[in-house]
Design a binder for this molecule. Structure first.
Ligand code: GDP
Length: 177
């Protein structure tokens, strides 16, 4: 089955986004390990595809050693999953491009991992500010990338971007594994 992983810095809004995506009544969600908190969680959607909830990175409260270990677990997981059709990298739309996110995307590129960018919490910005911030982000990416990955503009608060994301996943689900 196709897998779609979600990742980002701690507090970026990953849990909220996953809830937003799975919240629709027509999406039946089952967790592979119900009731258990594990580092990497899988949710089977409609008996058809998986959401993979990867741990947040860059969490200041964690020790350097713990951060290093989690980074290694994330990287090993990503590299071994052939069925990971797309990795969604979440970035908080209020923040300027962060080194840790840009470096992670570079690592994805070097390892030929297909990814898309998801701007979160857009409800927190005026439409003018949102336009300015996301344009700044795209321009930063274009300093090191020839072309932009797919980009989604979302808010879990007002459900913005939900259909676009689900439509994109639905489209990728049609591809052979
Ligand atoms: P995670 O640590 O990446 O899983 O982030 P959470 O989903 O737990 O969200 C972190 C904080 O941001 C929480 O206080 C959420 O209520 C808030 N949050 C998440 N998404 C949104 C959003 O789209 N809009 C607003 N206004 N707040 C959000």
């Amino acid at each position: 089955r196709h897998e779609y992983a979600f990742i980002g810095r701690s507090n970026v809004g990953k849990s909220s986004l996953i809830n937003m995506l799975t919240g629709r009544k027509s999406l039946a969600m089952t967790s592979s390990k119900p009731g258990k908190t594990t580092l990497i969680n899988h949710f089977l959607i409609n008996d058809q595809w998986y959401i993979v909830d990867l741990p947040g990175y860059g969490y200041a409260q964690r020790s350097k050693e713990m951060q290093r270990q989690i980074k290694k677990i994330i990287e090993d997981y990503i590299l071994e999953r052939q069925q990971m059709t797309c990795l969604f990298v979440l970035v908080d739309s209020r923040h300027d491009p962060q080194k840790i996110d840009l470096e992670f995307m570079e690592w994805l590129g070097e390892n030929s991992v297909p990814f898309a960018i998801v701007f979160t919490k857009l409800d927190k910005l005026s439409s003018a500010a949102a336009k300015k911030q996301t344009e700044k982000y795209r321009n930063t990416l274009l300093e090191s990338w020839e072309s932009l990955p797919p980009i989604f503009y979302t808010s879990s608060a007002d459900m913005r971007g939900r259909n676009e994301l689900l439509d994109y996943i639905e489209e990728l689900n049609q591809l052979p594994l």
